[in-house]
Design a protein around this ligand. Structure first.
Ligand code: C2E
Ligand code: CA
Ligand code: CA
Length: 689
C-alpha cells in the first residue's frame, strides 16, 4: 500500500476512533438530504438511540413537531449549505421523548471537487448550563425588582469610585437625573454637579457636598446630612472585593418624629413649658456645676374653683395664660416648668443675693394676680410661692425641690398670694405633718373619733334649744386634738368626706335619743359640698336615725358659696326642701359676709366669737346690731358664739340675739353628759344680770 494511501487510512482510522470515543459530544454525519449516515457513542448517549436504530433516518426526528412544522431543521441545513456552518441552541428530543438543551454546530462537508457530500453535526447537551443561566436570570430579575422597590437608595462604586449601578430610589433621594447616574459616571463628577446645583439654591450652602464627597471615599461611614431641606442618612461601606456600596435614606420624617417625641418627653403639652423630667435634669445639671440656684414652687390659689365653675377648657386657657405671664416675668432669666395641675416651678441660676428672689416672687404674684379674661368672664386666681435655695437648702435636686415645696405649703397656710423661704426646721415640721396625716387616715378608717356636744341656749327663756356637735380626736400620744388642727388636713386629703358622713350619722343617731324639741347642729365643710354626695349622706343619716329633718341644722361657712356658688346654692336649696335648717357659721370673719347673706335664705346666722370677745368696743356692737337688724329683715335667727362672761351675755341680750353659745353656759361635753345638762337649772335673766 503506498505511503500516502496508508497515511490516509490511518488518518481515517484515527478520526473514527476519535469520533467514536468522544462521548461528551454527540457527533453524527448527515447526507446532503439530512439522513443520518454515521452516529457516535456520544450521540448514542445523548439521544438514547443506538446506531443501528438511527442510521438512515432523517435528523429532524430530534426536533419536536412544532419546530418541524416551522421548518427549523431544514433551515439549519440550508444555512450550513450556504455559509458552510450553522450554529444554534435549542431544545431537542431524546428517544424517550424527554428534552434537553443542545448547542448545535452543523458543518457542511465538500469533496475535492467542492461538491456537497453531507454534513457533520456536533451537538452538546447544555441543559445544566441552560438551567443555571435561567436561574441566574431569575435571581437577577428578582434582585432588580428588590432594588427598585427598596426604600433606601443604593449604589455600587468600583475601586475608582465610578458608578456601577444604582437604583431608582438613589436617584430620587438625591434628585439626580438619570443621565447623571449612568454606569461609569465618576462619583466625584456627580457630586460636583450636585454641589453646583446646591450653590445655585440660595437657602442651601455647599459645604455638605464636600462631606458627601468625603463619605464616598472612607471605609465605612454613616452620617446624616442636611440636603435640600431634608435629612439624608448615608452609609458607605468598602467592599472586600474593592469598590464601595453606599445606601442613602431619607430620614427627615423619622428625625422630625424623634424630635417631636423628644420634645414631648420633656415638655408639657398644654403650655409648652418644660415638664418635671426636664426640670429635674436642669436642676441636676445646675447643682453639679456648683454655684447657687433658687427653686420657686408655685401653686395657684382658687384654681380649682375656676375649673369647677367655668369648666376644664376654661381651666386650660387659664393655665396657658398663667404660663405666658410667668414667661413674661422671667423673660428668659430662668427655667419655668409645669409639673401638672396648677403647679409650676421656676429655677433661677446664679448668685441669689440682693433680694433678687424676693423681687421676682413679688413680680410673679403681681402678674398672676391680674384678672384673667376667659370667654368674657373675669377669673381671679392668685399664686403662693415657696422658695428654697441650693445648695444651702438642699444639695441634690430632690431635697432642694422638696424643701421648696415645704416652704410653699407654709406660704399657702399663711394665706393667699404670699411667698415663703424655706427655713431649717420646716422639714421636720412637714415630716410631723405627714405622720399626723397617716394617723388621721388610720383614725378615719378605724372610727377613732368622738362627738362632743355644746349646748345652744335660748337667751330669752334661758333654756337649751339644741346642741352643736363638735368633733374630737382622742390621740394616743397627744391627747384630745382640736378639730381646728385636723379638719383642714382632712379637707386637703379628702378624708373629710368620710369623716363628715360619720359625723352626720352619729349626730343624728344621738339627737334621736333626745327630747323632740331639742335640735342638733352639725358643721359641714365646703369640701363635702364640692365632692358631692352630701344630700345622700344627709338623707341616709335622717333615715337611719329616724330624726325629724327639722331638728337637723347644717352649719356652713361662706367658703361653701365662694368656690362653686351655683352648684352649692342648688344643693342648699334641695337640702332645705328636705326640711333641714341651714345656718351661716362664723359670720363676720370673711370679707364679704354681708353679700353672702343675700344669696340664700339662711335660717340662722352665727356671729363669730371674735366680735363677742370685744363686744364692749363700739364698732363691734354696731356691727352686731346691724347684723341683728338685717337678720330680722331676712327672717333669720341670730346666735352669738363664744359667750364667756356675764357681761358678754348681758350685751348680746341687749342686742336682742335669740340664742347664745359659750363656755359661760358649757363647753362641748360627751354624750353621756347631755341628760344632766338638759335637766339642769335654767339660765334666767336674773342670773345673767
Ligand atoms: P366652730 O364651728 O366655730 O365651733 C365652735 C368652736 O368654738 C368649738 O371649737 C368650740 O369648742 C369653741 N367654743 C365654744 N364656746 C367657746 C367659748 O366660749 N370660748 C371659746 N374661746 N371657744 C368656744 P372646736 O370644737 O375646737 O371646733 C373648732 C372648729 O372646728 C369649729 O368651729 C368648726 O369649724 C370645726 N369643726 C368642729 N367639728 C366639726 C365637724 O364635725 N365637721 C367640720 N367640718 N368641722 C368641724
Ligand atoms: Ca360651728
Ligand atoms: Ca363658729
Amino acid at each position: 500500500m503506498p505511503a500516502a494511501e496508508r497515511n490516509a487510512d490511518d488518518a481515517n482510522l484515527m478520526y473514527r476512533l476519535l469520533v467514536q470515543g468522544v462521548t461528551d459530544y454527540a457527533i453524527y454525519m448527515l447526507d446532503p438530504q439530512g439522513l443520518i449516515t454515521n452516529w457516535n457513542a456520544g450521540a448514542e448517549r445523548a439521544k438514547g438511540y443506538r446506531a443501528e436504530e438511527i442510521v438512515g433516518r432523517h435528523f429532524s426526528c430530534f426536533y419536536d413537531a412544532a419546530e418541524r412544522g416551522r421548518g427549523v431543521p431544514h433551515l439549519g441545513l440550508e444555512t450550513a449549505r450556504r455559509e458552510g456552518r450553522f450554529e444554534a441552541e435549542g431544545w431537542r428530543l431524546r428517544k424517550d421523548g424527554t428534552r434537553f438543551w443542545a448547542h448545535v454546530v452543523i458543518d457542511a462537508i465538500h469533496d475535492d471537487a467542492a461538491r456537497l457530500v453531507g454534513f457533520a453535526k456536533i451537538t452538546r447537551d447544555c441543559t445544566e448550563r441552560r438551567l443555571q443561566a435561567a436561574q441566574l436570570e431569575e435571581t437577577s430579575a428578582n434582585l432588580d425588582l428588590a432594588l427598585s422597590h427598596m426604600s433606601q437608595g443604593l449604589c455600587l462604586l468600583d475601586a475608582q469610585r465610578r458608578l456601577l449601578l444604582c437604583n431608582g430610589r438613589f436617584r430620587e433621594i438625591l434628585g439626580l437625573a438619570p443621565a447623571l447616574t449612568r454606569r461609569g459616571t465618576s462619583v466625584v463628577a456627580m457630586l460636583r454637579r450636585l454641589a453646583r446645583e446646591e450653590r445655585a439654591d440660595p437657602g442651601e450652602p455647599g459645604p455638605r457636598q464636600r462631606r458627601l464627597a468625603r463619605l464616598a471615599g472612607t471605609a465605612t461611614h454613616r452620617t446624616d446630612v442636611a440636603f435640600r431641606g431634608r435629612v439624608i442618612a448615608i452609609t458607605t461601606r468598602a467592599l472586600p472585593a474593592g469598590g464601595w456600596v453606599s445606601t442613602v435614606e431619607d430620614v427627615t420624617d423619622r428625625h422630625r418624629i424623634e424630635g417631636r417625641i423628644l420634645h414631648m418627653a420633656h415638655h408639657d403639652a398644654l403650655t409648652g413649658l418644660p415638664n418635671r423630667t426636664a426640670f429635674g435634669a436642669h436642676l441636676e445639671r445646675a447643682l453639679s456645676v456648683g454655684g447657687e440656684i433658687a427653686v420657686l414652687c408655685l401653686d395657684l390659689d382658687r384654681f380649682k374653683a375656676v375649673n369647677d365653675t367655668f369648666g376644664h377648657a376654661a381651666g386650660d386657657a387659664l393655665l396657658r395664660t398663667v404660663a405666658e405671664r410667668l414667661r413674661a416675668v422671667l423673660c428668659g432669666s430662668g427655667m419655668i416648668a409645669r409639673l401638672g395641675g396648677d403647679e409650676f416651678v421656676i429655677a433661677l441660676d446664679g448668685p441669689q443675693g440682693g433680694h433678687r428672689v424676693e423681687a421676682l416672687a413679688e413680680r410673679i404674684i403681681e402678674a398672676v394676680g391680674q384678672s384673667i379674661d376667659i370667654d368674657g368672664h373675669l377669673a381671679d386666681v392668685g399664686v403662693s410661692i415657696g422658695v428654697a435655695i441650693g445648695p444651702r437648702d438642699g444639695a441634690d435636686p430632690d431635697t432642694l425641690f422638696r424643701n421648696a415645696d415645704i416652704a410653699l405649703y407654709r406660704a399657702k397656710a399663711a394665706g393667699r398670694n404670699g411667698y415663703r423661704f424655706y427655713e431649717a426646721g420646716m422639714a421636720a415640721a412637714a415630716a410631723a405633718r405627714t405622720l399626723l396625716q397617716l394617723e388621721l387616715r388610720e383614725a378615719v378608717q378605724s372610727g377613732g373619733f368622738r362627738l362632743h356636744y355644746q349646748p345652744v341656749m335660748d337667751l330669752r327663756r334661758g333654756t337649751i334649744s339644741g346642741f352643736e356637735a363638735l368633733l374630737r380626736w382622742p390621740h394616743p400620744r397627744r391627747g384630745l386634738i382640736s378639730p381646728a388642727d385636723f379638719v383642714p388636713m382632712a379637707e386637703e386629703t379628702g378624708l373629710i368626706t368620710r369623716l363628715g358622713a360619720w359625723v352626720l350619722r352619729e349626730a343624728c343617731l344621738e339627737a334621736a335619743e333626745w327630747r323632740a324639741d331639742i335640735r342638733v347642729a352639725v358643721n359641714v365643710s365646703a369640701v363635702q359640698f364640692a365632692r358631692g354626695g352630701l344630700e345622700e349622706v344627709v338623707t341616709l343619716a335622717l333615715a337611719v336615725s329616724g330624726l325629724a329633718p327639722q331638728r337637723l341644722e347644717l352649719e356652713i361657712t361662706e367658703t361653701v358659696l365662694m368656690s362653686d356658688g351655683e352648684a352649692a346654692l342648688a344643693c342648699l336649696h334641695r337640702l332645705r326642701a328636705l326640711g333641714v335648717r341651714i345656718a351661716l357659721d362664723d359670720f363676720g370673719t370673711g370679707y364679704s359676709s354681708l353679700s353672702y347673706l343675700r344669696l340664700f335664705p339662711f335660717d340662722r346666722i352665727k356671729i363669730d366669737r371674735s366680735f363677742i370677745r370685744e363686744i364692749g368696743r363700739p364698732e363691734n356692737a354696731a356691727i352686731v346690731r346691724a347684723v341683728r337688724a338685717l337678720a330680722s329683715d331676712l327672717g333669720a335667727l341670730v346666735t352669738a358664739e363664744g359667750i364667756e362672761t356675764d357681761e358678754q351675755l348681758a350685751f348680746v341680750r341687749r342686742l336682742d340675739c335669740e340664742e347664745g353659745q359659750g363656755f359661760l353656759f358649757s363647753p362641748a361635753r360627751p354624750p353621756a353628759a347631755i341628760p344632766a345638762l338638759l335637766s339642769g337649772a335654767r339660765w334666767t335673766a336674773a342670773q345673767a344680770a
